[in-house]
Design a protein around this ligand. Sequence first.
Ligand code: Y39
Ligand code: FE
Ligand code: FE
Ligand code: FE
Length: 231
Amino acid sequence: MQQLAATAAELDFHSETYKDAYSRINAIVIEGEKEAHENYIRLAELLPEHKEELIRLSKMENRHKKGFEACGRNLQVTPDMQFAQEFFAKLHQNFQKAAESGNVVTCLLIQSLIIECFAIAAYNIYIPVADDFARKITEGVVKDEYSHLNFGEVWLKEHFEASKAELEQANRQNLPIVWQMLNAVENDAHTLAMEKEALVEDFMIQYGEALSNIGFTTRDIMRMSAYGLTA
Ligand code: Y39
Ligand code: FE
Ligand code: FE
Ligand code: FE
């Protein structure tokens, strides 16, 4: 805590170094929110009995996107959207493939568990080191992300026995991608005073709790968490 505060106090939000790193992190967040918006619309088609709620979540993601675009403008940073699209490409592809095949369990694991836990970890770690404008926006957003994670948890808990095998397979395929993404952003995150170790720790806590709420045993969670740790 002491160390984090010292690092945060040294941040110059208007320095070229900070703004350069922000052009990629801000773009990742904007692209992530945009894809989340589209993913919840797709999920609404796949789960017509939850259409209204999923469309409501998709609209929240669109508001998040606008909020983070304002954060970039506030610092006079142009987001590097090309970088961000590449950053999300693998998860994006896997979501599209699953949606085309009607594998709703995989879609939920990718968006509502993995991406939401990634967002919650990143936003929790960002809030104490953000500029005042971005902090207020991010505090509002992170509350919504918990409700998105909750949607996935509740649905998967209700369909646990029928979903278990697909969840294990989707975890094995997609968790390693998260570690690759964290590695790709480690240096820029560090420039913003967000440490990779803290991001990994927060992600694993959220994701492990989610798997537990859905019905996995501690033993299952340990085994599933080990995938891709060396990516
Ligand atoms: O559900 C959501 O709103 C998720 C799309 C947003 C993802 C944000 C991903 C943030 C990763 C940032 C990495 C910074 C170190
Ligand atoms: Fe969001
Ligand atoms: Fe979300
Ligand atoms: Fe450091």
